[in-house]
Design a protein around this ligand. Structure first.
Ligand SMILES: [Ca+2]
Length: 458
């Protein structure tokens, strides 16, 4: 169980040492008109890119041990020690921009790494907790294991019951050929801030390597953040925005049914709560637009629709005030499951301070529906209208049920057996003597038995 004094210490430390990060955390946790932030990854500094120390050309690692001040914002060494490794020396997982990774052990033994409270896993939503894990090429036991823990701030277990430690064993790798494995498990959000911990179960000075911890909402909608756009729409180095006239399906998984939309980027506008590059304005060329997305769903099931919206404050002197209409229909019945309007007002906001609000709306599918269509329609005249980004839909679950699974590269994880670890370091005098002693003792026993047998026969 995570010590509450430790938690308090962590909070105070971050506030004193990293006031800007503290402000960011506070912004992400405050309630805005019934809405919460929903970044795509809920773990703060899960890629360990933010640090209180600087790597030079040497050393290629730094040490964080229990009992000294924490040099890794949003994390603390609760026990033992661990190392921050420079990814230019220890090759990181493929496809990541991460420059650092964590070695879960140090001379002081196996480390326990504890996160700041994660705000906030929505109640009933399923989240995927994932991280990369690899064997340490520098040495240690053949099998290395890391236990993932999840507790809410009241100390209640949030991790799936019976969650096994994650184990790796690839001792033949080198620093340039580290075999990374992506491991994950599902957890059900409780609506309470949650603390994530990683504990090395490997004795000695060499443990597993880990990188890029994430906690992501399992959304029913694909491309809900509009980041996947047909290449014929040029959005790189965009000074203002691209426009798209309906009908069009050049934004993957979405249809611009009518009107004209702007595809804008965070290079010009303040990014929405998922901090991504692309966002939409449902107005352009004096034409309000309607866009929709169809996704698979289960019948008779409760869902929650989330999205970030605001009125486009592009022109401070020309206020944008009006409504965004949101409808949800079950398919094939076409019955309306939800129809709501969101009031928008750009007063006092600017493109650097959009006033993003995350809306949450619940709906339930009918018994014969197996798809759902969600539609956003601008009811604002002119060339600037509702901004839209980070659209997500999650199923409201009562328990983890069949989604409770642990994955190691897609294979169900099995409990590790590391009770008698085998070391791969250079054989010691003891082990060499043991190897010599064993055949010698066997030889002597055989000789005695043979002599005894010969004596009995004679
Ligand atoms: Ca986006």
């Amino acid at each position: 169980m995570v010590n509450p004094w430790l938690l308090l210490h962590m909070c105070l430390h971050v506030c004193f040492e990293h006031p800007s990060l503290c402000i960011l955390l506070a912004l992400c946790t405050q309630k805005l008109d019934g809405a919460y932030c929903d970044p795509s990854n809920l773990v703060q500094n899960g890629d360990f890119q933010v640090q209180s120390f600087l790597f030079g050309s040497y050393p290629t690692m730094d040490v964080i041990s229990s009992g000294i001040r924490t040099l890794m914002p949003f994390w603390v060494a609760a026990a033992g020690g661990f190392q921050v490794l420079d990814a230019t020396v220890f090759v990181p997982p493929p496809g990541l921009n991460a420059s650092f990774l964590i070695h879960m052990n140090y001379r002081s033994g196996p480390g326990e790494l504890v996160s700041m409270p994660i705000y906030t896993l929505r109640e009933g939503a399923i989240y995927t907790v994932s991280f990369f894990i690899a064997d340490n090429p520098d040495g240690g036991p053949v099998a290395k294991a890391v236990r993932l823990g999840l507790q809410d701030i009241y100390g209640r277990n949030v991790a799936p019951p019976g969650l096994s430690p994650f184990m790796v064993s690839n001792s033949s790798t080198t620093r340039n050929s580290i075999l990374w494995q992506l491991v994950s498990c599902n957890v059900r959000g409780t609506g309470v801030p949650t603390i994530l911990s990683l504990s090395s179960l490997t004795p000695g000075s060499f443990g597993a390597l880990v990188a890029n911890l994430q906690v992501n909402l399992q959304s029913m909608i694909e491309n809900g953040s509009f980041e996947n756009v047909d290449p014929q729409i040029q959005i790189n180095n965009l000074t203002y925005f691209a426009e798209l006239t309906g009908p069009s399906s050049l934004i993957r998984h979405w249809v611009v049914e009518t009107g004209v939309i702007k595809i804008a980027t965070a290079a010009r506008y303040q990014a929405s709560t998922d901090n991504t590059a692309t966002l939409l304005d449902l107005n352009a060329e004096n034409s309000p637009a309607t866009i929709s997305n169809i996704f698979s769903a289960r019948s008779n099931t409760d869902y929650t629709l989330l999205f970030d919206t605001a009125a486009n404050p592009e022109r401070n002197f020309q206020l944008v005030i009006g409504q965004l209409v949101v409808t949800v229909q079950g398919l094939p019945s076409t019955n309306y499951l939800l129809s709501e309007t969101v009031n928008l007002d750009s007063t006092s906001f600017s493109i650097d301070s959009i006033g993003w609000v995350t809306m949450a709306m619940e709906f339930k599918t009918f018994k014969d529906d197996f798809q759902v269509k969600v539609t956003f329609r601008s009811k604002i005249a002119g060339s600037f209208g509702p901004l839209l980004d980070n659209v997500q839909v999650f199923e409201n679950t009562k328990s983890l049920k069949s989604t409770n699974e642990t994955k190691l590269d897609g294979i169900p994880n099995t409990p590790p057996t590391i009770t008698t670890p085998t070391y791969i370091s250079t054989p010691t005098t003891t082990s060499i003597a043991f190897k010599i002693a064993c055949p010698l003792s066997t030889y002597l026993v055989t000789l005695l038995l043979l002599t005894f047998t010969c004596y009995k026969v004679s």
